[in-house]
Design a protein around this ligand. Sequence first.
Ligand SMILES: C[S@@+](CC[C@H](N)C(=O)[O-])C[C@H]1O[C@@H](n2cnc3c(N)ncnc32)[C@H](O)[C@@H]1O
Length: 249
Amino acid sequence: MKIHFVGAGPGDKELITLKGYKLLSEADVVIYAGSLVNPEILDYCKEGCEIHNSAYMNLGEIIDVMEKGVKEGKCVVRLQTGDFSIYGSIREQVEELAKRGIGYTCTPGVSSFLGASSALGVEYTVPEISQSLIITRMEGRTPVPPKESIESFATHQTSMVIFLSVQEIDKVVKRLIDGGYSETTPIAVVYKATWKNQKIVKGTLKDIVPKVKEEGINKTALIMVGNFLGEEYNYSKLYDKDFKHEYRK
Ligand SMILES: C[S@@+](CC[C@H](N)C(=O)[O-])C[C@H]1O[C@@H](n2cnc3c(N)ncnc32)[C@H](O)[C@@H]1O
């Protein structure tokens, strides 16, 4: 038996993959990240499914529940918010499982940075405006390697999504400007993207801080910054009627 890591998606209970849904509905044991996963998604679990909220557990306790489950021949699902490959602490879990000789499968989820771009109806990679996306966070109790400072990424002036940092939005904004973004750069903060109580705050680096504070947003939000949010755009070459390629001569 293997542990099944499943990405729950950003919030909306229908934004789990079919494969993830299937695993969840077959699970005998589910360990879900209660601080961020929408509990409505647990409606998919069968009757009698044993449910654990990892918000109250440490790593050892999580692995113990997993080990007990597989030893009893049960289907164990570890349900993580968004996709587990982004700030999902999956590495330490699989390393601990390996020490106990337990294997695992991974079923991806829709990360919140994708839920947020859909909420805004935007493209991160607007032709000739920005062709790269930086996903990062500001250091908090978890450090960030010095080479990955907000200022250093801001020098690229490309699209950025900043996780886990909205509680210090004023500091993030200052560091983005110090790194080279102009005060007129568009920025958006999306709180609980795809949840029923989602909030969107839009502005520029000059005026976003009071707007976010006024909405009382200090957690579960993403900061999106860059000219991909602006008025300027270009059409892609791909669909240009004069652009010939393999499928369209
Ligand atoms: C530990 S990280 C987990 C990220 C998750 N693995 C993902 O792929 O979205 C938690 C942070 O993700 C962001 N986040 C998670 N869900 C969100 C949502 N629905 N809307 C906005 N931000 C969200 C917030 O910045 C939050 O502090």
